[in-house]
Each structure stands twice: as structure tokens, then as C-alpha cells.
Design a protein around this ligand. Structure first.
Ligand SMILES: Cc1ncc(COP(=O)(O)O)c(C=O)c1O
Length: 442
């Protein structure tokens, strides 16, 4: 047998690795645009930290795109996934296997009572989103779906139709039947600062009246728009929007791909913070603590309507991914990670409010738990994005051992989403580094 390919940190030839990726992986595969000339090569993760090829440690403020919920290398994830791997590395859902059924039972136990919820397992958020749209259409017999401006739901055929960023839309026939309505952004929304929810609800009604047949398949909402720059739905919006959607014959879909599994600190699911119960919930990212698994939870009657067509997903419910996903449910409870997300979020918000008093660059701080956003602006009155200053701050943070991405259409919102095991000293260190990186702009 030939020797295993060498990947140990001390054997990594950084330049060769970068050249190999650029030569053999498609140029269309995006990298984080933050360090184009000096990419970050990662070789190892531990808890909330990652390590580059030199052994340098960074606090991962991205949780690898919000996928690492419990932490890198969590022993329970590793043990459960290894056991599943040793027993049987794949079992298609055409057969019966213990793991997906147990996992579905455990997930349903975390949903609001009385829903008769059932679970579908797939491999990525966008797959789950496409499935949710198809189910809503099959169940209602209606076609049009409403999504919010500034929304991101993935890049598959249907998902990209509902995304509201030009960069996510291709000059091909997009999936038809998506209309966008204004997102109720209270910082820089279309109806002005702190406009409340009424103008946005009226706009939703106008959108359904003017851009659909009046009978819709549903509406999809992220409780906090993540990719769009951490824009929380204001109190009352989701519940009232759902009333409007139901009156138009539609189903209410919540995209919990970023907000689910306790990351918001205050609640296990984002929709719970809004006193609204959806008909369909879409899950992904942190669901598997880094293992590829995503899902759709729907009321039984909706899932039953979908039995009229063939639903099959080759890898959906893979026992290794499901074992990792079961570890997430277990460890969030055992280690009080939702409470940690809440406490660390409060710590960061308090620290950021002190920094905001000292640094005029901080225009807005928002979010909940460990899904926080900081908007950097040139002027607090005009709210003009400070994109270049943000880029420099990001580089200084990296030099200090902290990885953070910026999001939003205007690229000036730092997204703070570390793994949910992040500690109080980690957060203090990050606040100090952010303070210094901002001070250097003076
Ligand atoms: C809110 C939300 N929904 C759906 C998706 C799509 O997930 P995936 O990239 O796993 O297809 C993403 C990905 O960033 C997301 O942030």
C-alpha cells in the first residue's frame, strides 16, 4: 500500500498548496475576499481556535462560516462520529437505520408542541431551502414565494431565486416565481432609520397584491439576516408578516440555518424570539458541528402533500453526519452552550457599547448571542460605509490572531460568530484587539 499523503502541519509547503489550489480547483470557487494576496492556510482546529501552517493560533470569529457550533474537535462529536463510521459509513434512507429516526425524534422534541412535526435530512442549506420551497408549492398548490430584500438562502436553483444580491443571480433562467419585499432594517432600511414595522408590513401587502396572483405558496424569513450583514427582524415583524402570508394562502418558512441551535442565546430557535410558529423550518450549518448535514422540519400534513412526488436524497441521513448532529443536540444541553452563547453575547455587546462611545467608526452594533454585527461608518449621521477602514481593521485583527469576516451588501459589517464554546477571556482578548485595531485609524 502506498504511503498516505502527507498533510501534517510541519510538512506543508504553503506556496505549493496555494499554487495547487489555484491550478486545480475551479477559479469560481470563492475564497474569503479579505486577504487576496496573503491567504490564510488552516491546518487544525481546537475549541474556538484554528491554527495555520506555522502553528499560529487564531480565534475563529467565523466558526468556519457558522458551521462549528460546539467547537473544533469536540470529543463527543468525534466519538459519536467515529463509532458511526466504524459501524457503517453509509446507509441510504431506502433502508431502515437507527440513527436518522432517533435524531428526528430528538429534533422534534425541541420543536413547539402540538405541531406533529416530521424531519427531512439533506446535505446542505441550499438543498434544504429548495426542498422547503417545493413542499410549500406542492402543499398549497400556489406558485409564488415571497422573500426579503437583503436575504441569502444559498445558491441552488430555487435558493438563488430567493436571494436578494445581484452577485447570487446568474444570467440563466432563474427559478421563476420569487418576489422580494423590503426587509425591515431599522438602521438603514428603505423607510428610514427606526421606521418600525408598519411601513414594511404595508409593503409586504402591496408586494403580494402587485407582484403575485394574490395566492402565494409562502414566505421565507431569516430571524437575523446573516450574510446580509446581521440585520435582526424587529420585534413583531415576523408574527404579523406570517398573518399576512397565511391570509394569502401561504406557508410560513423560517430559515434557521444561521440562527438555530441556540446560537442566538436567548432561544433555541430564532423564531421563538418572535412569538411566531412557522409551518416549515430549514436547518443547516452548525447542525452537524462541521459535518455536512441540513434539514427541513415541516408539519406532517405538508410532508404528506409531498408524498405525491418522489423525494430521495442519496446522502441525506448519512449515519456519520447524523451522529455528529446528535452530538450537537446533546452537548448544547449538557454544556449549557445556549446559555454560554447568551452570556458571551452580552459580554461582547457591553464591551462594544463602551468601544462605540470612544470610536466614532462604530455606527451600529446589533444581533443576539453569538450572531452579532458591527457596522463601521465614515459618519454616524450619513451612515456612509467605511469599507477601506474596515479592511484595515480586519487585517490588524488577523495580525493579532483573530479571524473575522465582513458582510452586508456594502461590505462594512463585521460579523461576529465564534463557536459557541468561546470563553469569557477569549471575548475580552477580542475586544482589546478590536479596540487597538480601531484606535490605529485615528
Ligand atoms: C441563512 C442561510 N440559509 C441558507 C444558506 C445555504 O446554506 P449552504 O451554503 O449550506 O447551501 C446559507 C449559507 O450561508 C445561509 O446563511
Amino acid at each position: 500500500m502506498s504511503a498516505l499523503p502527507q498533510t501534517e502541519p510541519d510538512r506543508i509547503d504553503r506556496d505549493a498548496l496555494i499554487a495547487r489550489r489555484r491550478r486545480f480547483l475551479s477559479p469560481s470557487l470563492r475564497t474569503f475576499p479579505m486577504f487576496p494576496d496573503d491567504p490564510l492556510v488552516l491546518v487544525r482546529g481546537e475549541g474556538a481556535h484554528v491554527f495555520d501552517e506555522t502553528g499560529r493560533r487564531y480565534l475563529d470569529g467565523t466558526a468556519q462560516n457558522v458551521c462549528i457550533s460546539l467547537g473544533f474537535g469536540h470529543p463527543v462529536t468525534m466519538r459519536m462520529a467515529r463509532q458511526a463510521m466504524d459501524a457503517m459509513q453509509h446507509c441510504t434512507s431506502l433502508f431502515f437505520h437507527d440513527a436518522p429516526a432517533r435524531y428526528a425524534e430528538e429534533l422534534v422534541a425541541r420543536m413547539p408542541e402540538g405541531g406533529d412535526w416530521v424531519v427531512h435530512l439533506v446535505n446542505s442549506g441550499a438543498e434544504a431551502i429548495d426542498l422547503a420551497y417545493a413542499m410549500a408549492r406542492m402543499h398549497t398548490g400556489h406558485f409564488e414565494m415571497v422573500s426579503l430584500r437583503n436575504a441569502y438562502h444559498g445558491l441552488h436553483f430555487g435558493a438563488s431565486g430567493s436571494a436578494a444580491f445581484s452577485s447570487c443571480r446568474m444570467p440563466t433562467a432563474a427559478m421563476q416565481g420569487f418576489v422580494h419585499t423590503m426587509h425591515p432594517d431599522q438602521y438603514k432600511g428603505a423607510f428610514g432609520p427606526d421606521a418600525g414595522i408598519e411601513p414594511y408590513l404595508a409593503e409586504l401587502e402591496r408586494t403580494i397584491f402587485s407582484s403575485t396572483s394574490g395566492r402565494i405558496a409562502g414566505m421565507i424569513v431569516e430571524p437575523i439576516q446573516g450574510f446580509g450583514g446581521v440585520v435582526p427582524m424587529p420585534p413583531g415583524y415576523i408574527a404579523r408578516a406570517f398573518e399576512i402570508v397565511r391570509a394569502a394562502g401561504g406557508l410560513c418558512i423560517v430559515d434557521e440555518v444561521q440562527t438555530g441551535f441556540g446560537r442566538m442565546g436567548s432561544h433555541y430557535w430564532g423564531f421563538e424570539a418572535h412569538g411566531a410558529t412557522p409551518d416549515i423550518v430549514v436547518l443547516g450549518k452548525g447542525m452537524g458541528n462541521g459535518f455536512p448535514i441540513a434539514g427541513v422540519i415541516a408539519r406532517r400534513e405538508i410532508a404528506e402533500s409531498f408524498t405525491k412526488v418522489r423525494f430521495f436524497n442519496t446522502f441525506g441521513g448519512n449515519p456519520v453526519a447524523v451522529a455528529a448532529a446528535r452530538s450537537v443536540l446533546q452537548v448544547i444541553d449538557d454544556e449549557d452552550l445556549q446559555e454560554n452563547a447568551h452570556a458571551r453575547g452580552e459580554q461582547l455587546l457591553a464591551g462594544l457599547s463602551t468601544l462605540q462611545a470612544r470610536h466614532p467608526l462604530i455606527g451600529d452594533v446589533r444581533g443576539s448571542g453569538l450572531i452579532l454585527g458591527i457596522e463601521v461608518v465614515k459618519d454616524r449621521g450619513t451612515r456612509e460605509p467605511a469599507v477601506e477602514a474596515g479592511d484595515r481593521i480586519q487585517k490588524r485583527l488577523r495580525a493579532a490572531g483573530f479571524i473575522n469576516v465582513k458582510g452586508s451588501a456594502t461590505r462594512n459589517c463585521f460579523r461576529i460568530n465564534p463557536p459557541m464554546c468561546v470563553t469569557a477571556p477569549d471575548c475580552d482578548d477580542w475586544l482589546d484587539a478590536f479596540d487597538r485595531a480601531l484606535a490605529a485609524e485615528r
